[in-house]
Design a protein around this ligand. Structure first.
Ligand code: SF4
Length: 316
């Protein structure tokens, strides 16, 4: 007898599950429960930064909004419900060791996990097939969840960043390839223009991810990857780290404040990722994470024991 699973793969329902299949099912279960946690509880670095921003805020309205955010987090945990109604589209950055024992079937496992997390969390049904315009109802669809794969040669483990990309915080995402000679100043002006035009839509305070590279696709990828870096981290290149601070100060000076209603700070941070580039090409892209920056990192050892790197003290 042949069945079709949620990913559309034909499986033999009468065959006993192999050891590998059982392990992949365990893996999917853990990732599903982790994704549900990510939907309701912010990562430790974001929580700490929001608390710090709240302490330093002097604007009464902004202070009240930070208090509301804190209450939101307490209620989300107490009620076991997502912290925002827009639970986003799931994106996953997977760094897979070349010797990780469960690479076969991993992509389907991640899809299964997202479908299960949709039921568990519950996640809002946010996956609509482009052009055909129907909601899949599982948060699984064509090339969705979007997965960025990276191979870690010589390693036997698996690290996943699970990111719930909300509509509002995805809205400011833009990129541009500058004319030769425009330089880094034009790249920073581009980012600032996007922030002044669209930053308010993304529920500040924002984590701003910037990618700079040799093509628009590379810059775009790196701008999202930058959002996986912890709040408060800096690029290893001191010139880039200084640029992160300068750009953050500039975006803060816009005065968006929490939820765009005015306040001392507009950002949680600015993270810049870059790659080597063609000498005459400089592409820049920007992506934003909102105050409810639901990003989680989980590490699996080859025996599938796991550690939550962003949510200390949480049990799945
Ligand atoms: S921007 Fe973030 S907090 Fe605002 S509605 Fe979207 S997902 Fe929710």
């Amino acid at each position: 007898m042949t069945a079709i699973d949620i990913a559309g793969t034909h499986t033999d329902a009468t065959a006993p599950p192999s050891a590998n299949t059982a392990k992949l099912a365990d893996l999917a279960d853990v990732i599903a429960r982790f994704t549900a946690v990510v939907s309701r509880r912010l990562p430790d670095d974001v929580t700490a930064e929001l608390k710090r921003l709240a302490r330093e805020e002097t604007n009464p309205m902004a202070t009240m909004i930070y208090q509301t955010m804190e209450r939101n987090q307490a209620l989300a945990e107490e009620l076991k419900r997502p912290s925002c109604q827009d639970t986003g589209l799931v994106q996953i950055f997977a760094t897979v060791g070349s010797h990780f024992p469960y690479t076969d079937g991993l992509a389907e496992t991640l899809k299964s996990a997202v479908a299960e997390a949709t039921r568990l969390a519950p996640l809002r049904h946010n996956t609509v097939e482009t052009f055909d315009e129907y909601n899949t109802g599982t948060n699984v669809g064509s090339k969705s969840p979007w997965i960025y794969w990276q191979i870690a040669e010589g390693r036997d483990d698996l690290t996943l960043h699970v990111y719930l990309a909300g509509g509002g915080c995805s809205l400011p995402g833009q990129g541009k390839t500058l004319m030769p000679g425009e330089g880094y100043e034009a790249a920073m002006k581009f980012v600032l223009d996007v922030m002044t035009s669209y930053g308010v839509n993304a529920c500040p305070p924002l984590l701003v991810g910037v990618g700079i590279g040799s093509s628009i696709d590379a810059a775009s990828y790196m701008s999202k990857l930058a959002l996986m870096r912890p709040v408060g981290s800096h690029a290893t290149n001191p010139k880039v780290a200084a640029l992160e601070d300068e750009l953050q100060a500039a975006i803060d000076s816009i005065g968006l404040g929490p939820q765009g209603l005015g306040g001392t700070r507009s950002t949680m941070g600015v993270n810049i990722e870059n790659s080597a580039r063609h000498p005459s090409v400089l592409s820049v892209a920007v992506n934003t994470g909102c105050w409810s920056h639901r990003r989680g990192t989980i590490h699996f050892a080859p025996d599938l024991s796991y550690e939550l790197l962003t949510h200390q003290g949480v049990e799945l």
